[in-house]
Design a protein around this ligand. Structure first.
Ligand SMILES: [Zn+2]
Length: 859
């Protein structure tokens, strides 16, 4: 790094003029003014600034923080694109970073943009200041190494760019209802490939050690190295893994060496910790479940329905199984095959509301088997209680495919017949007892004889609203044991099949296949809480692990199949590998490192959880932020404030006019965490709201979605007013939905009837609070103030995202709203709930507002 600069300026450099410069040299007008348009969370701006730091140029640069976005949406994202025009004057693309160079004294002003070009410019500028003798590390010999470095630089750039596009897609476009999952998948694929290139670079010497081997002094980083460092930083911020092999990987080593990031961290330009940056938190807090969702989704097999051809046979599904059947030697499996009759009654019908979940599970089994190379039966038994259940699911899959292929005229079966399981038994050489055989066969015939579905009129293509109406009709019929039930069912199924084949945009429950994020609290490591530790997410082993923690860790890490695969990968990478025992002995350590990797990954996950909680609290839309200088009130509008709780309005689009949320002021993860005083207030709000809605001629249900405690949401009870006639059918809708969720293997009772408990169980108003443990993920709906129905969520990952579970049942099922309404889940933004809406609510509410007694004393 240059210590003394031979050039200087009589015109003071723009920022922190260095007096020593002027002392050395009085001639000067050739140092231009540099204005740097940037944003602290832009990795590209970071790259430029780190280059400036590296070459000691920051004193020549005036930084200007601005906010630009590719889409101008002042309404949804106020302020996000406020500097587009300003920047557009210099850089038509209106992207940061942009460097505006003013040569001064009659010289011209021009913009330099694209961070790569700015970095080159700065290196050149440093050379200019040094009188042409720059010690910059860009290798100017344009040999192969030069071009490789240039390409590496662009690679890191493009990776950052791709992830920024993903961030927009996930937030802005999602809010507009135009999120394109495939886009995200595509972008993430680039990043994945790019990560491989970066790892190769580290391995191949393109990213050498920070300290020179000769002198032991730190080198000046090359542009491509800075780009890679920023790229890794940004991927970490976004929670994207760029490692494959864990901490022993050269890229990880190289990154750890970049302690100079520390200097960057402390630079006010790059510090993302100032309070004014709150609204930018979206950049830092990717919904990790979404990422999983997308990445996992990508691994799914491509849609195949269209290519099934017209054959009715089972060949595609068989291909996934039969070659495995031959190796069925596991005794347990054999025993089970003998024990379970293939004929049995399942408590669902093919294609019903739970079908999507069942198919998602099934696909997950196929996928895992494919990915891990495990036998599909072994994977299936992790998921299902028996292979029969698994085979039932396969039957349903085939049936659904047929319905899709043959559309309206197809008459199929309603429930799995057990035929695949029977086939499996035969293949495995299990023969049923003769008499039972006959009886079963007879039953089988009876069960499957169905009045042919009314073939008659071709099923018209229904839109989602009509379809939902039909579904609602069907559910009511089921409830009343309507004699026309079968016909209705057939009608509905036909309509569903027709609409599925013809309109790919109506995908029932498609957002629900978000799964995989497991999540019991993890205690095997604890974070290092000093500043550096926090920044780097360092953790140490937790010596105080409880036995439970240890068991959990064991369960997660002791996956022998994985370890084997890891070893296989490691060997595949090792060119010197020879398959003999000597090699194995010599390299035992190396091979063993894979096992360590998995535990280090777990550590990263644990620390992510911890950091996530902090971010959640900081950016919570329902919390008061006492440290805010001017306006501590929550982002969500407070329409009525009691002492420990308040009333706010739901995000748009709301399911029903005058819907409201009862929220504890304290950030509680669920309402069961609330104490007696909070509950008194919650119930007061419930009562007052009920009166208000009754006054409007409407019924009301309240629900709490506490299905994802690990996301640390701010608890709330949502009040949804409904037309009177729907009030009485609400329990049936929820009952049905609970019954059909989460597949058939659930351990908990699916429905907890808190209303019955409050009435006849002697629990009274405490029924809800005494029926569910607050540690459980759950969903609860109140039909009356004292109770309703609850459901313990066993697999958070399989639960519909956000509030979609309630929104689908109430919005689509009960109210018949279009998918564009119920499927869209807005967010609270300051000022986004228009004044009018808040005032309109308050006007109606005033008469029923119990909190007036708090201020007006009595009444
Ligand atoms: Zn909160």
């Amino acid at each position: 790094m240059t210590t003394a600069l031979p050039l200087t300026s009589s015109a003071a450099p723009p920022v922190s003029p260095d007096s020593s410069l002027q002392a050395i040299n009085g001639a000067t007008d050739d140092i231009p003014t540099l204005t740097f348009y940037h944003h602290p969370l832009s990795p590209f701006a970071r790259k430029v600034w780190m280059t400036a730091i590296e070459h000691d140029l920051t004193k020549y640069i005036t930084p200007k923080k601005i906010v630009v976005a590719p889409v101008v949406t002042p309404k949804a994202f106020p302020g996000w694109s406020e500097h587009n025009d300003l920047l557009g004057k210099f850089n038509p693309i209106a992207k940061i970073p942009t460097l505006v160079v003013n040569e001064g004294q009659g010289g011209e002003e021009y913009a330099v943009y694209d961070s790569k070009i700015i970095c080159d410019f700065l290196v050149d500028f440093a050379g200019r200041l040094a009188g042409g003798n720059t010690d910059n590390s860009v290798d100017v010999r344009k040999d192969a190494m030069y071009w490789k470095k240039q390409s590496l630089h662009r690679c890191a750039d493009q990776m950052m760019d791709s992830e920024i596009l993903v961030a927009y897609e996930e937030r802005m476009r999602e809010a507009e209802g135009i999120k394109w999952d495939q886009w995200i998948v595509g972008m993430r694929k680039k990043i994945e490939r790019g990560s491989g290139v970066l790892r190769d670079a580290a391995r191949g010497g393109l990213l050498p050690a920070r300290r020179s081997a000769d002198s032991g002094l730190p080198r000046t980083l090359g542009g491509e190295e800075i780009a890679v460092a920023c790229c890794l930083w940004f991927l970490d911020v976004r929670g994207i893994s760029w490692q494959k092999d864990g901490e022993d990987e050269p890229l990880q080593d190289w990154k750890d060496e970049q302690a100079d990031q520390e200097e960057a961290q402390q630079s006010p330009i790059l510090s993302a910790e100032t309070s004014e940056l709150k609204r930018d938190s979206w950049m830092e807090a990717p919904p990790s479940a979404d990422i999983q969702y997308v990445q996992k989704k990508r691994a799914e097999s491509p849609p195949k329905a269209a290519t099934l051809g017209m054959s009715l046979d089972l060949k595609i599904h068989e291909k996934e199984l039969n070659h495995h059947l031959k190796d069925l030697k596991n005794d347990q499996v054999q025993e089970e095959l003998e024990a379970l009759p293939s004929n049995h009654e399942v408590n669902y019908t093919i294609g019903d509301a739970g079908s999507h979940w069942r198919m998602t599970t099934l696909k997950a089994v196929y996928r895992k088997a494919e990915e891990t190379g495990q036998k599909i039966e072994d994977v299936a038994l992790e998921r299902y209680t028996s292979l029969r259940e698994f085979d039932d699911a396969r039957e349903e899959e085939i049936e659904l495919d047929r319905r899709k292929t043959y559309g309206k005229d197809y008459v199929g079966k309603e429930k799995p017949s057990g035929e695949l399981y029977q086939e499996r038994k035969l293949d495995a050489g299990v023969h049923r007892h003769k008499e039972e055989d006959l009886d079963d066969e007879f039953d089988n015939v009876l069960d499957n004889v169905k009045a042919p579905a009314p073939v008659a009129a071709p099923t018209p293509k229904l839109d989602s609203t009509a379809l939902n109406k039909l579904k609602a009709q069907l559910m009511k019929a089921r409830l009343k044991k309507d004699p026309n039930l079968t016909q209705l069912e057939a009608e509905y199924n036909a309509a569903l099949a027709a609409s599925t084949t013809t309109d790919p945009t109506i995908i029932q429950l498609s957002a629900m296949d978000n799964r995989m994020l497991s999540s019991a609290p993890r205690n095997e490591v604890k974070p290092v809480t000093n500043r550096r530790g926090l920044e780097r997410g360092t953790v140490v082993d937790n010596e105080d692990m409880t036995i439970d923690d240890m068991v959990r860790e064991e369960r997660r890490t002791a996956n022998s199949a994985n370890a084997g695969r890891n070893m296989a990968e490691r060997i595949a990478k090792d060119g010197k590998f020879t398959n003999d025992l000597d090699y194995m002995d010599e390299n035992a350590n190396k091979l063993a490192q894979r096992v360590q990797k998995s535990s280090s990954t777990i550590r990263n996950i644990a620390i992510n959880d911890y950091q996530k909680l902090n971010r959640v609290l900081e950016s919570c839309a329902l919390c008061y932020h006492e440290d805010h200088p001017t306006d501590p009130s929550p982002i969500a509008p407070v329409v009525s404030l009691a002492t420990l709780t308040y009333l706010t309005l739901p995000t748009e689009p709301s399911l029903s006019p005058y819907a409201a949320l009862i929220v504890p002021v304290q950030h509680r993860t669920n309402l069961l965490e609330c104490d007696d005083d909070e509950w008194t207030e919650i119930r007061n709000f419930q009562k007052s709201l009920t009166r208000m809605y009754h006054d409007q001629g409407r019924a009301v249900i309240f629900y709490e979605n506490a299905a994802r405690p690990n996301r640390h949401p701010h608890a709330a009870m949502v009040a949804v007013p409904l037309p009177y006639e729907l009030g009485s059918t609400a329990p049936a809708f929820f009952q049905e939905a609970f019954l059909s969720t989460e597949g058939e293997w659930s351990q908990h009772k699916k429905i907890i009837d808190t209303l019955a408990k409050s009435k006849s169980g002697g629990f009274g108003k405490t029924a809800f609070r005494k029926s569910i443990a607050k540690e459980m993920p759950y969903f609860h709906v109140w039909f009356e103030i004292d109770g309703g129905l609850g459901h313990v969520v066993e697999d958070e990952g399989r639960w519909p995202r956000g509030d979609l579970f309630a929104r689908e049942i109430i919005g689509a099922g009960m109210l018949g709203l279009g998918v564009e309404v119920w499927k869209k889940q807005g967010r609270w933004e300051k000022g986004a709930n228009s004044r009018e809406k808040v005032e309109g609510f308050r006007k109606r509410w005033r008469k029923f507002d119990w909190t007036r007694v708090l201020v007006e004393g009595g009444a």
